[in-house]
Write a protein that binds this ligand. Structure first.
Ligand code: GYE
Length: 341
């Protein structure tokens, strides 16, 4: 790993176990380790020759990040020899709740899911707990006060991602004498990454009163919505200097809108996005996206390890944080050939 002036480029698949690296908002604030529910206290441990069954309730297929995440989960479950039951909730909480209830009825060994939004999970999580089925949160957090409702939460620190985006902006405009107009494309309303990427960004940019967020709306993490909302922003506001998009897909949609309006993305309007999927890297290497904050979707291997540990009654850290870096257009050019997703 080499130090770079703009930040640290981390190996994208590298993850570290940290016991107390939670963000300040949204994410569960438990520190240290907590014992996973022991099979003896829950259901009978799976006999050695029986495949571990894992029910996974995915958010949807809204972005390049999600596609890579799904593949990582499916590939690693296969490699681990698990019986994976997979469902796609099409970004709807009610579908995820239904899927979790089905997994409870099927008496799977472990349930894992990426909660589409943060709130409203206590009832179904309690049902899983009462049925003695451990739950692992991956990617996104829940805001449940009772952290005994899940064994661990594996995923990124989204507040920190927002801060990284903000730091780049503050640095870029440190000599600006005039107001810098920023528009923001938020992720899915009520989701942990949308809440946290917004708050982390705001926390940092308020140090410079010239940096003004003049419009902020959800684009639901999709290209189509990103384009649509950016079109509306361009109509409503004469002078937009910067776009902060909570993911690459929305930035890519917005780039189409910016080009259609006769403007040059990356120059007339500077663009910051989060994720670092291949298409985002291509746009960054072309200078259309100026800065990408990485969010690693390859959570499968870590998830399968946690499933094994939970089934074996081992202790798992209550919080497992993904390690990530940041990339400028120049970094993206260099890194593009190595990008796996
Ligand atoms: O950034 C976005 C996806 O929850 C981290 O969801 C994930 C986010 C990711 O749709 O592209």
């Amino acid at each position: 790993m080499k130090k770079k002036p703009v930040g640290i480029i981390m190996a994208t698949t590298m993850m570290m176990l940290l016991s107390s690296a939670c963000g300040s908002t949204g994410t569960p604030a438990s520190n240290g380790t907590a014992p996973a529910p022991k099979p003896a206290e829950t259901k009978a441990a799976a006999p050695a020759d029986k495949k571990i069954s894992l029910g996974f309730a995915q958010v949807g297929a809204e972005s390049g990040w999600r596609t890579a995440n799904t593949k990582s989960v499916q590939d690693s479950a296969k490699e681990a020899g698990f019986d994976l039951k997979f469902s796609d909730a099409q970004q709807k909480q009610e579908n995820q709740i239904k899927a979790i209830r089905t997994y409870i009825q099927q008496k799977v060994d472990v349930i894992a899911f990426s909660p589409v939004v943060e709130s409203g999970w206590d009832t179904v999580l309690k049902e899983a707990k009462d049925a003695g089925i451990p739950v692992i949160l991956t990617d996104r957090a829940v805001d449940s006060k009772d952290t005994s409702l899940y064994a661990t939460f594996i995923g990124s620190d989204f507040v920190e991602e927002g801060r990284r985006a903000g730091k780049w902006l503050v640095d870029q405009y440190k000599d600006a004498k005039e107001t810098v107009n920023v528009v923001e494309l938020q992720g899915t309303t009520g989701s942990a990454p949308a809440n946290d990427r917004k708050s982390g960004f705001e926390e940092v940019i308020k140090s410079n009163p010239n940096l003004k967020v003049i419009a902020s709306q959800t684009g639901d993490f999709t290209r189509a919505k990103g384009k649509e909302v950016m079109q509306a922003f361009l109509k409503a506001h004469k002078k937009i200097d910067v776009l902060y998009a909570h993911n690459d897909d929305m930035a890519l949609g917005a780039i189409q809108a910016i080009e259609a309006a006769g403007l040059t993305p990356g120059k007339d309007i500077k663009i910051i996005s989060v994720d670092g999927v291949k298409d985002g890297f291509v746009a960054a290497s072309e200078g259309k996206i100026n800065f990408i904050v990485e969010c690693n979707p390859l959570l499968g291997p870590q998830l399968m390890q946690a499933v094994k540990d939970v089934v074996a009654g081992k202790e798992v850290p209550k919080r497992i944080v993904t390690k990530e870096g940041v990339f400028t257009s120049e970094d993206a050019k260099r890194e593009l050939p190595n990008r796996q997703y």
